[in-house]
Design a protein around this ligand. Structure first.
Ligand code: SF4
Ligand code: SF4
Ligand code: FES
Length: 291
């Protein structure tokens, strides 16, 4: 039996080290909640034109940007269009750009923002505006339809059930947290600045492909599509998508980079490809000899 790992006292306060007491970890002091009047510069417009319009409103402790927008809508601009559903960071509807950063309005507290100058609230730029803060995100759903769906291998047991390693199940679990807010699509320069919507499916759908490709039961092959139809080569791993994801999905490291590796293995590593073909053939031959 191995001995337990010795307790190190090097970094403990001397008095704590002597008594063996555990140091109390206090949460960082909360920022003071703002109160008073604040000005918001809200984008108002439609597909053809638009401009920032200033509204000043009362704010109170605990308010998020969506609260302020609703208050402005109720008090000063009844026709202000804003999309939202849950007000809890779950539905992905209230995506916008707050002071130029892609954010969920319902999860952005006013206490996090500098309020000594106006707070700018604009619609996502990667998609066409419909009205005010509401954008047309239907392109995303069309992209999803172009991705080959889940295709399960034959059951492992005669009763029609499968066997999976827990570690394989855990690997894709992260990708299933996506709420389709499209903030990652909005920040990605390939879509936002270069408008390559026809050639690149964007980080949200690379996450979706990763969830399918890495699923322990899936046998569909999407590697050719990743390279050609889905345009994975346009991604230059800037990680901007990972930084804005409200679900903290490690989009670049855990989804995009492994998919890029599959493309490289398939198309740019002939030796690796030969090894794979050979090992596949020997597996089939050994199965046939057993039968
Ligand atoms: S890492 Fe790739 S997908 Fe993500 S924002 Fe950058 S270019 Fe776009
Ligand atoms: S991956 Fe994250 S940022 Fe992108 S759509 Fe899903 S939840 Fe939103
Ligand atoms: S309203 Fe649902 S995520 Fe903001």
């Amino acid at each position: 039996m191995t001995s337990p790992r010795p307790v190190t006292t090097e970094t403990m306060q001397p008095d704590l080290a002597e008594t063996g007491a555990v140091e109390e970890r206090r949460p960082p002091a909360a920022k003071p909640e703002p109160e008073g009047r604040t000005t918001f510069r809200v984008w108002r417009g439609d597909r053809e034109r638009g401009k920032l319009v200033e509204y000043t409103t009362n704010i109170s402790p605990g308010m998020v940007v969506l609260d302020a927008i609703h208050q402005i809508q109720a008090e000063q601009a009844n026709d202000l269009a804003v999309r939202w559903n849950c007000k809890a960071g779950n539905c992905g509807s209230c995506s916008a750009e707050v002071n130029g950063s892609p954010k969920l309005m319902c999860m952005t507290r006013l206490s996090e923002l500098p309020l000594d100058k106006p707070v700018t609230v604009e619609p996502m730029r990667a998609f066409p505006p419909i009205k005010d803060l509401v954008t047309d995100v239907s392109w995303n759903f069309q992209v999803k339809q172009r991705i080959k769906p889940f295709k399960a291998r034959a059951p492992d047991a005669a009763d029609g059930t499968w066997r999976m390693a827990q570690s394989d199940v855990d690997r894709v679990q992260e990708f299933r947290k996506c709420i389709e807010c499209f903030l990652c699509q909005d920040v990605c320069h390939v879509l936002r600045d270069h408008h390559l919507h026809e050639e690149f499916i964007g980080p949200r759908y690379l996450v979706h492909v990763a969830a399918l490709e890495m699923h322990p039961l899936d046998v569909e092959d999407r590697v050719e599509d990743l390279r050609r139809a889905h345009g994975i080569g346009y991604c230059n791993i800037t990680k901007c998508c990972t930084k804005v994801c409200p679900e903290h999905i490690t989009i670049t490291d855990n989804a995009i980079i492994p998919l890029k590796e599959r493309v490289v293995d398939e198309f740019f590593d002939p030796l690796g490809k030969l090894v794979k073909i050979f090992s596949r053939k020997s597996r089939v031959a050994s199965r046939e000899s057993k039968d």
